[in-house]
Design a protein around this ligand. Structure first.
Ligand code: ZN
Length: 112
């Protein structure tokens, strides 16, 4: 993969990461401000559902930002776009859709 393509993926990954970090901060502050059971504010089930949805979203986004960070590390090490399982190059269409993909399509779809 040439340098300009790598730059393109790097920019994509960095902008995803910046956006995610903003979301994570927002969600973290939102979940913190949710009234607790021993708080003065009523703790109805709607607030509880929202809180759980936020928590789930937050952990998904934290996982995703770790994946993206990992892809940036691979990029820095010159291993970006190489399947971690079989060592073959990952198809560019796949990287365009999922720039932080660790495995090629064949390995990602095989159950192991
Ligand atoms: Zn593979």
């Amino acid at each position: 993969m040439n340098r300009s393509k790598l730059n393109k993926y790097e920019q994509k990954l960095v902008s995803m990461l910046v956006r995610l970090r903003g979301d994570v901060q927002f969600l973290a502050s939102e979940t913190k401000s949710t009234p607790t059971a021993d708080g003065i504010e009523p703790h109805d089930f709607v607030a509880d559902d929202l809180y759980q949805a936020d928590q789930m979203l937050l952990s998904n986004e934290v996982n995703l930002s770790e994946e993206i960070q990992g892809a940036l590390d691979r990029l820095a090490m010159g291993k970006f776009g190489v399947c971690e399982k079989c060592g073959e190059g990952i198809a560019e269409q796949r990287l365009d859709a999922i720039p932080y993909a660790r495995r090629c399509i064949a390995c990602a779809s095989s159950v192991s």
